[in-house]
Ligand binder design. Sequence first.
Ligand code: NAD
Ligand code: DAU
Length: 350
Amino acid sequence: MKILITGGAGFIGSHVVRRFVTTYSNYQIVNLDKLTYAGNLENLLDVENSANYKFVKGDIVDADFLQNLFDTEQFDAVIHLAAESHVDRSISNPIEFVMTNVVGTVNLLNAAKTSWKGSYNSKRFYHVSTDEVYGSLGEGTEMFTETTAYDPHSPYSASKASSDHFVRAYHDTYGMDCVISNCSNNYGSFHFPEKLIPLSIHNIKQNKAIPIYGKGENIRDWLWVEDHARAIDVIFHKAKTGSTYNIGGHNEWTNIDLIRTLCKVMDKKLNREEGTSEKLITYVTDRAGHDLRYAIDATKLKKDLGWEPSLQFEEGLEKTVEWYLKNEKWLNNVTSGNYQHYYEEQYQNR
Ligand code: NAD
Ligand code: DAU
């Protein structure tokens, strides 16, 4: 089987690529990524020379390029993760999100449809989406299920909701074998330090302010990224065509409680007196349209396919902090911008 994984140089995509390349030596994995600021080939150093792995630099917004790639490679399946993924950037530049997340997804669906010539036997289009499409929950105990109505609020979540609708439309209209999963907030290694957890780890290390939006009372449901990659593996192989699965950690934290816990872990790991890092917490202007709470009910995934998260959050957070402290070079290359030269230095003349 030859699988196209899009966005494989990003945070979650790199974990999915690593899992598929190392677990399934009989699969050919092609990683297609534009290498935007969020794409980093240094996330994949351990698998880049594997015989069943190939990297292609390209933009999913370019329909002709995509069609050529499908014609040449004859993919059996697509796992689509490429996206603009940061809510704050979507507020300042929504059109980029429409282009990549909506137009890019429709281009991929079209390229797959043309390449597979309407015959979807042993073919699959897997679209990786987010819980943000469901909107915002109140402070109670209600959770998002697969039947919760879509109610996106940010340009990012609106673009992901739109892409989900297109994927369903290709299943319903053309009979394409499509599956979708909607996951909660991920954390772990190779996470770009613009998102809350890696940004805070970086700032604590540098003794810089930790920006907390509003009062820090917003709630997110955190899942270890390797558990997400394992869920994608299970859904890709076992889900029925046309199905949707929610993926989540059953692990809700207010931002402020999470950051206080992180500060304690960082103090311990950096041999600082307890309470040192907490002093860096700085309340800043709230994100516009900031969703109050996300919480995923992943019962369907457990019941149908037997998936459950493997790590307790405290253990995962400690592992994550240890990874960032041990991988100083990765973090320095990201913050200095050096990572953006890796493709020219190592790939262009291959
Ligand atoms: P990321 O921003 O770390 O990585 C996105 C990748 O897509 C990058 O490598 C980037 O170069 C690539 N890309 C962007 N535009 C492209 C284009 N036009 N053509 C080709 N490649 C392009 O994102 P992530 O956090 O790893 O998220 C991956 C997917 O999972 C996204 O679809 C996101 O919506 C979804 N998701 C993320 C989370 C989370 O917590 N991070 C949770 C649920 C779902
Ligand atoms: O829920 C899944 C989504 O999780 C994914 O679809 C997105 O791609 C991913 O970026 C993430 O979105 P969030 O907006 O929840 O993640 P972020 O890390 O940006 O913010 C987490 C929470 O922390 C959110 O309530 C905003 C807040 N925050 C964030 C940053 C960057 C702060 O308080 N300060 C910050 O500096």
